[in-house]
Write a protein that binds this ligand. Structure first.
Ligand code: PGA
Length: 259
């Protein structure tokens, strides 16, 4: 079973349109002539989506997919500050990051809200990058598996097998995000295999073998190869190290050498 690795840059609240332009110009010039086999995704803040879409449309370089960092679970109406899935589609957005731990912990998103967003995204044919992961306290209390099980089961509630095929899961241990602490390859592989087994319980083994599970949490050029060599790790969701074109590219190239 070949799963195409997927490397996604999660810029969080960094890079407005002009910095987006600088990044893309530099990244495209660095990738010229390289034949990258992985899928590459960039998730800028909402306000930079039009610029990113323009830049990519006007370049005939490597195909890069565009992601949003969030979407509303509603269609339209009186939801101040929200952005709908159809609005995102206008900017050629293909992916949407949902359930990121910062959305869960800072903005109070529950598994139920995340599930509603996943289903809304699929209605508009957006592909969710569905984030899950435990806190350090949960891991230390021996709750890793129960936390992941609840997140996966509730997050995917009423999601059809057909829709699952267009979902990417990102396992991101909260204690590894932005901390410089990465899960060991053993910890990461163990969690990924467990998540895949959860998907198998819900949907059967074929969809579970097909679904891509990214690792996230302090992925850097110097740890990408080791992590990506794990059998159940199919790419990375990268925050800090994706802000520099060179380090994002090195993560992709180092992380795909093992393929
Ligand atoms: P990090 O962030 O790479 O800076 O740890 C990852 C993420 O939050 O997706």
């Amino acid at each position: 079973m070949i799963r195409k690795p997927i490397f996604a840059a999660n810029w969080k609240m960094n890079k407005g349109p002009s910095e987006t332009e600088d990044f893309v110009n530099s990244f495209l010039s660095k990738t010229q002539g390289l034949s990258l086999t992985a899928e590459i995704v960039i998730a800028p803040p909402f306000v930079s989506l039009p610029k990113l879409a323009d830049l990519l449309h006007n370049s005939n370089a490597q195909s890069i997919q565009i992601a949003a960092q969030n979407c509303s679970q509603f269609d339209s109406g009186a939801y101040t500050g929200e952005v709908s899935v159809l609005m995102l589609r206008e900017f050629f957005v293909h992916y949407v990051i949902l359930g990121h731990s910062e959305r869960r912990s800072i903005f109070g998103e529950t598994d139920q809200v995340i599930n509603a967003k996943i289903r809304k995204a699929r209605e508009a044919n957006l592909k969710p990058i569905f984030c899950i992961g435990e806190t350090l306290a949960e891991r230390e209390a021996g709750k890793l598996q129960s936390v992941l099980k609840t997140q996966v089961t509730d997050g995917l509630k009423d999601v059809s097998e057909k829709d699952l095929a267009d979902i990417v899961i990102a396992y991101e241990p909260v204690w590894a995000i932005g901390t410089g602490v990465t899960a060991t390859t053993e910890q990461a592989q163990e969690a990924h295999a467990f998540v895949r087994s959860l998907v198998a319980e819900l949907y059967g083994s074929e969809p579970a073998n097909k679904i891509r599970i990214q690792y996230g949490g302090s992925v850097k050029p110097n740890n990408a190869a080791e992590l990506m060599a794990c059998p159940d790790i199919d790419g990375a969701l990268i925050g800090g190290a994706s802000l520099e074109p060179q380090s994002f590219l090195e993560i992709i190239t180092n992380g795909t050498q093992t393929e």
